[in-house]
Design a protein around this ligand. Structure first.
Ligand code: LRH
Ligand code: MN
Length: 430
């Protein structure tokens, strides 16, 4: 049974708001025209914007202390895809889903591909998992995976990544994302260089298994699950590994994997300059890897990141083509609502960055007019682009107000009737 949001309901809900959106759109269009900006060109770009949904984000997340399941939780990849289709039906910006193996592993990947095709969904980056031991695993990842001192553990981790590539080929994915929690909890526990050497030796074996049109995205993280050192702890170790491995290896920036107040937009600029920016895991955080909804705490930082991305597009930067994806944990909200909200938040940062007057910014930068340079960015950030986002969704057959339409659909209640909760609370991010 696949429950989709009825197109008639979307049309009925849109009919209530369409007049207001058109009014606001026209007013904004006039305002932007005064700055020689054609609103329809911006709306067309907004409509092309796509950000992938993490399959694991469609379920309720948790922490090491507890996970409090919501109702109608998706219990497997089939139901996660159904929910992802609802998110895309309403937002029209999330046609790609990123799976995590073995959490989403199935016996028949051709059947899974068929199912996703029927839902109008595509497959984004494949995430391997060598941060948990699987049942009957022959060698543990307790002391690491690709950098473990045990060749046996390294081989198990390498083979898992090669399997992920095979499964991804059947699904039509073109990217493997490798995040490893490898590291240490005590000074002296790990030899930093030897651990990195073992990691690179393992990654070279995985890299050799990449089809020629695939990329490998390396994800760095400051800490957790290791609490003293992490083998790929920051963008420095990340870009060194990507350069060492070859042109198909690039760096992935998960916003929550940096210490508070780190200048992430500058890291993005460096990765762009050296053609090593593979993609993003968008989320927000206040303290650690909180995996909160994108733009919920630091919308200006998110805008500044897109200012670097749009600048690269504007300068036609060679080797530029990053992948956008959400990576969040929804502990207290309906995951579908949070994912729609977050997709729109990231899309908003992109659209606002399109409104930056770049020739003027360059002039102020060359004149060291710091205040006017900063104001040029703030001016674009402060323009309310909501009419553009709503019009882009409306023109693509989506919902002007995705949350209101989703709630009006009663989808969560409907699926709760066919997805009995297992009643267990448990703990952990999924
Ligand atoms: C690690 C991470 C990684 C995923 C996991 C679910 O913190 O960001 O991207 O594999 O979350
Ligand atoms: Mn991530």
């Amino acid at each position: 049974m696949t429950t989709r949001i009825d197109k008639a309901l979307i049309a009925e809900q849109n009919a209530k708001l369409e007049g207001f959106v058109k009014e606001d759109y026209e007013a904004l269009g006039n305002k932007l025209a005064r700055e020689d900006i054609n609103i329809d060109e911006i709306t067309a770009k907004a409509a092309e914007f796509q950000i992938a949904v993490p399959s694991w984000g469609t379920g309720t997340g948790g922490t090491r202390f507890a996970r409090f399941p919501g109702i109608g939780e998706p219990r497997n990849i089939w139901e996660k895809l159904e929910d992802s289709a609802v998110i895309n039906d309403l937002s029209q910006a999330t046609e790609r889903v990123s799976p995590h193996f073995p959490w989403d592993k199935v016996d028949d990947f051709t059947e899974l591909k068929q199912f996703s095709d029927e839902l109008g969904l595509k497959w984004d980056s494949i995430n391997s998992n060598t941060f948990q031991d699987q049942k009957d695993q022959t060698a543990s990842f307790k002391y690491g995976s690709l950098s473990n001192t045990s060749q046996e553990s390294r081989d198990v981790a390498i083979q898992h990544n090669l399997d992920c590539i095979e499964w991804g080929k059947t699904l039509g994915s073109k990217t493997l994302t490798v995040w490893v929690g490898d590291g240490s909890n005590h000074p002296g526990q790990q030899h930093f260089q030897h651990a990195f050497e073992r990691y690179l030796e393992s990654m070279k074996k995985i890299y050799a298994g990449l089809p020629s049109d695939w990329e490998m995205h390396i994800e760095h993280k400051m800490f957790e699950p290791a609490f003293y050192s992490t083998v790929i702890q920051d963008w420095g170790s990340n870009i060194l590994a990507a350069m060492e491995l070859g042109p198909q290896a690039k760096s992935l920036v998960d916003l929550g994997h940096h210490a508070p107040n780190v200048n992430i937009e500058m890291i993005v600029s460096r990765l762009i300059q050296f053609k090593k920016l593979g993609g993003f895991h968008f989320n927000d955080s206040k303290y650690g890897d909180d995996d909160l909804d994108s733009g919920s705490l630091h919308p200006y930082q998110q805008f500044l990141i897109f200012n670097e991305l749009v600048d690269a597009e504007y300068r036609k930067q060679e080797g530029f083509g990053p992948n956008y994806m959400l990576d969040q944990s929804h502990n207290v909200t309906d995951p579908i609502e949070s994912l729609m909200n977050s997709a729109a938040s990231v899309q908003r940062s992109y659209v606002a960055a399109l409104l930056v007057n770049r020739p003027l910014l360059t002039q102020y930068q060359n004149e060291n007019d710091a205040l006017m340079a900063s104001n040029t960015l703030k001016h674009a950030f402060n323009i309310d682009v909501s009419p553009i986002l709503a019009m882009a969704r409306l023109r693509k057959g989506g919902a002007i107000d995705p949350i209101a339409t989703y709630r009006a659909s009663g989808y969560r209640k409907a699926v709760a009737e066919v997805r009995p909760s297992n009643g267990q609370s448990g703990s952990g991010i999924v």
